[in-house]
Design a protein around this ligand. Structure first.
Ligand code: ZN
Length: 162
């Protein structure tokens, strides 16, 4: 199958039928991000298991197909992973979309690697990175020590300012 067909299949599948959509019971951190350039809005809802892995995780929001597909793929990839593994994936995903150097495929990203195609459309890159940015904020909030600013609290950000 052509790469572009595969890209369209995966994006359509995940945007029409997003995985982990909704606010799961047990989520302790809620981060809302928006991308004013496109009108995308995504909230990531996250909890950490006793063993420090991401569970539960879900997302809510409204956005274009790239945004919704990226959020759906993101939740699938990081569910059950450790905070460090998840932060690594965020970093590699952002690099994959914004760096000009050729990134060695991060196999952990799996299907999400198909979103590399979005690099060809610079005005859409923030659509793809919004959910991953929200995850990064959520991980920071979830791991901040009790009493630190932002620990376990709701956060909001806009990619316009970020
Ligand atoms: Zn968008």
């Amino acid at each position: 199958m052509e790469l572009e067909e595969l890209y369209q299949d995966i994006v359509l599948d995940h945007s029409r039928n997003p995985r982990n959509f909704g606010e799961p019971v047990g989520a302790t951190v809620h981060v809302h991000g928006d991308n004013p350039m496109c009108g995308d809005e995504v909230s990531v809802h996250l909890g950490l298991d006793a063993d420090g892995t991401l569970s539960p995780i879900g997302f809510t929001g409204n956005g274009c197909s790239i945004c919704m597909a990226s959020a759906s793929l993101m939740t699938q990839k990081v569910k059950g992973k450790t905070v460090a593994e998840s932060e690594g994936m965020v970093e590699n995903f952002q690099k994959m979309l914004t760096s000009t150097e050729e990134i060695e495929g991060d196999r952990a990203l799996g299907d999400a690697r198909i979103l590399k195609t979005v690099r060809q459309f610079p005005q859409r890159v923030k659509c793809a990175t919004l959910a991953w940015h929200a995850l990064h904020e959520a991980l920071e909030a979830a791991t901040a020590k009790t009493g630190e600013p932002g620990a376990g609290r709701d956060r909001q950000f806009s990619l316009d300012e970020a």
